[in-house]
Design a protein around this ligand. Structure first.
Ligand SMILES: [Fe+2]
Ligand SMILES: [Fe+2]
Length: 406
């Protein structure tokens, strides 16, 4: 007889607990084949989070990879996903039942105890040996033994109360961690976590942004906090006119929140922080104390929040500008200037101009607005008799040359 196992679940997302228990199910029951079945529309659960069926299937394949399963014959099946309507276990069992095959069905403790509310338990018990996959240790052994005896007496059931290798993890807990910007990497296979991040599943990005906001709420004054939130909102609006990859747009939103991370520090604190972060500040930098926070802020954002290089570089020039800026760098610089809490007429004017003509040729228009911004900054600094940082001057020259005739 070929020994075939069935292991179903929502897999939203699949985690190391699923992997460990499925592997011990395979080994303890000496299975020849094991089918992992992501549920289409589970009759007992409402799916939560924002992962679609294909995404759950793909993550399940990543979890039950050859690398993770070794020589075992473990397959991820799309049978329940493809099936129209609700997935009932008795139908799945009928699908896999065949002459010469002995079926084993892994069931979790909650499902085991509510077994009789399943559709056609008698068919299921005729076709399969139930193998209890007890993830939670909180119910007394006696409860399971009683249910086992009951089902054996009533249905002639074959039941194994096997204790699979316990690994405390639950999809609900992982979704909660992701939503709160916490790190669930100890509970997930690395490839699955990378996939969740790249597809922004289970509100990963929202969680990360909320976590940064929570930090900033305590680290900044109320006014500065309102400003950085407003910069993020402005940048999000501006991004809608550009075709940046979703991952890049997310990095810029983090950069928008973090861009003034060190703005409220004194000159002495800036110098101290630069030393701690091993940042070199030139003589020119030190002569323009107001711009120092772009360097210390960029380095601190990288250190505290692992901000990616494109976000770090956008923060590192958000005050001075520089030659030949990327779209992201220009967007952050301008969002900082035109966001809605800034009352100054020049800011409002540039805000309106940005949105007025953005649609025709967004990149060229963005560069043009950058030029206007740089002209404004230089003029203001001159009026006040303040020093102009060389980066700002070279940026102005660069964009004058490129677009000056416009
Ligand atoms: Fe700033
Ligand atoms: Fe700012």
């Amino acid at each position: 007889m070929k020994r075939v196992g069935i292991y179903g679940g929502s897999f939203a997302p699949p985690h190391k607990g699923h992997l460990k228990s499925a592997l011990s199910f395979y080994d303890e029951c000496a299975l020849d084949e094991l089918y992992i079945l992501p549920a289409g529309e589970p009759p007992h659960k409402t799916l939560q989070g924002n992962a679609g069926p294909e995404e759950r299937f793909f993550m399940t394949e990543l979890t039950f990879s050859k690398e993770n399963c070794g020589a075992r014959r473990i397959f991820v099946s799309d049978y329940e996903l493809k099936k129209a309507g609700k997935s009932y276990s008795f139908e799945t069992a009928e699908h896999f039942a065949a002459p010469g095959t002995e079926l084993f069905l892994a069931v979790g403790s909650d499902m085991f105890l509510s077994f009789e509310s399943w559709k056609h338990p008698e068919i299921l018990l005729r076709l399969c040996t139930l193998v209890l996959n007890r993830r939670e240790k909180d119910l007394p052994e006696q409860t399971f033994k009683e249910q086992k005896r009951r089902l054996e007496d009533l249905y002639g059931a074959r039941i194994l109360l096997s204790d699979f290798v316990p690994f405390r993890a639950s999809s609900t807990e992982i979704r909660e961690l992701l939503k709160n910007g916490e790190d669930p990497s100890a509970l997930l296979c690395p490839a699955v976590y990378d996939y969740i991040k790249s597809r922004n599943l289970f509100f990963f990005q929202e969680g990360q942004l909320a976590k940064i906001e929570e930090y900033l709420r305590n680290a900044l004054s109320a006014k500065r906090f309102a400003h950085v939130q407003s910069v993020r909102r402005e940048l999000e609006k501006m991004l809608s006119f550009f075709d940046l990859p979703a991952g890049e747009a997310f990095i810029l939103q983090k950069a928008a929140l973090l861009h003034d991370l060190t703005h409220e520090k004194t000159l002495e604190e800036q110098k101290e922080l630069a030393k701690d972060l091993r940042l070199f500040l030139s003589k020119e930098d030190l002569l323009s104390p107001a711009i120092l926070h772009q360097y210390t802020g960029a380095a601190l954002a990288e250190k505290l929040f692992s901000l990616e290089p494109s976000g770090v570089s956008a923060i590192a020039c958000h005050t001075t500008g520089k030659e030949n800026m990327t779209i992201g760098e220009m967007l952050l610089c301008l969002a900082d200037y035109i966001e809605e809490t800034r009352p100054y007429p020049s800011c409002r004017k540039l805000h309106d101009l940005f949105y007025k003509d953005i649609e025709e040729n967004p990149v060229e228009h963005l560069e043009f607005c950058m030029l206007l911004y740089l002209r404004e900054v230089v003029e203001n600094l001159r009026k006040k008799g303040n020093r102009i940082h060389p980066l700002t001057l070279s940026a102005l020259n660069f964009y004058e040359k490129k677009l000056g005739s416009l």
